[in-house]
Design a protein around this ligand. Sequence first.
Ligand SMILES: *Cc1c(COP(=O)(O)O)cnc(C)c1O
Length: 370
Amino acid sequence: MQFIDLAAQQKRIRPQIEAGFRRILDHGQYILGPEIRELEDKLAAFTGAPYAVAVASGTDALLMPLMVENIGPGDAVFTSTFTFIATAEVIRLLGATPVFVDIDSETFNVDPQKLEAEIERVKAEKKLRPRGIIPVDLFGQPADYRAIQAIADKYNLFVLEDAAQSFGASQKGKKAGALTTVAATSFFPAKPLGCYGDGGMIFSDDRNIYEQLLSIRVHGQGVDKYNNVRVGINGRMDSLQAAVLLAKMEIFAEEIELRQEVAARYSMLLEGAVKVPRILPENISAWAQYSVLHPRREELIKKLRESNIPTTIYYPIPLHLQQAFADLGYRENDFPAAEKIAGEIFSLPMHPYLEKETQEKICQIILGEE
Ligand SMILES: *Cc1c(COP(=O)(O)O)cnc(C)c1O
C-alpha cells in the first residue's frame, strides 16, 4: 500500500489534465503561459489573499519574500526548529542567521512565549538585528498567528507564513496564505495540493511586495528580462504544472473535507493507544500528515512494516541539531520539546482516498489486535 495514493486522485481528473497538456502543446507557451495567471487568480480567490505569484518551488516561495525584505548578513530570522530544512535553508542562503525556537508540544508549531524569549535574547546580545519570523504550519495546522503577529508588531518584524503543508487549512475562517502579509506554499507532489513536479506560490496583501516578487521571479527584471533592476532568480513555474493544479483545484475543496473524515476516523480509533494530533478549535488542518506520538515507536513502525504499511518520521532530527547548521553552535537539550517529539513521532498513511477498511486494519495493528 502507499503512504500517499496519487493514482486514485489521478483517475478522477485524468481527462482534464490531458486536455490541459494538449492546450499547452498547441499554444507552445511553456514558461509563464496563460495557465499561470489563471492559476494565480484562482488561488488568490480561494485563499482570499489579493495577490498571488506562481513560482518554481516552495523553497523559492520562501526565498523570494526574504529577498524583497533585503535579508542578509547580520540579520536574525526566527523560525521553528521542528520543520523541513527548506524553512531555514533560505535564511542561510542569503547570509542571514536562522534563530531557532522550540515548539509547543501539543501543536508542534512554534511556541509564541519561547519566540519572544529568543527575540529578547538576540536583542540583548547585540550581535544580530532581529528582522523577521517564519512560522511554520506543521502537518497542515496553522501556527498561532494572533500571538505571533502581536510579537512581530511589538518588535517591528515581518512575518512570512510557511504554508507549504497547510494549503487548504484555515484559522478563524481565514485561509492559510491569507493569515499574514506574505505567505509561501509548495505544490511538491506529496503536499495537500500537489503538481507533477516542483511548484510553489507566494501570497500577499501588499501591492509593493507583489510587484517586487514579479521582478525577482524573472532575474530581477525591470521593463523586460534584459533590463535588470535588482538581483533576482529564475523562479518561474512552468505552464504544465499550472495545468495539473488547475485540474486538481476542481476537486480540492472536496478533498480537504475527505481529509477531515480520514483524520477523525484515525483519532477515534487510536485515542489512548498513541498520542493523537490536537487541532486547536480556531483551526481547520489541511492534514498534510497525520502524525502520532509513542515512546516505543520503533516497535509500532516495525509491526506496520511487516503488514506492508508504510510510515514516515517527520522529523527525526530538529534543525538545530542538523550538521548543516553545526556552525550556529546549538547543542543537545537546547530545545527539549522538539527533541522529545523528534524521538517519539511518526506519520501514518494519509490522503483523501484512504478507505475505512484500510484505516481499521492499520489501527488494529497499532492497537495490538492483529
Ligand atoms: C515541502 C516544504 C517546503 C519546501 O517546498 P518545496 O516545494 O519542496 O521546495 C518548505 N517548508 C516546509 C515546511 C515544507 O514541508
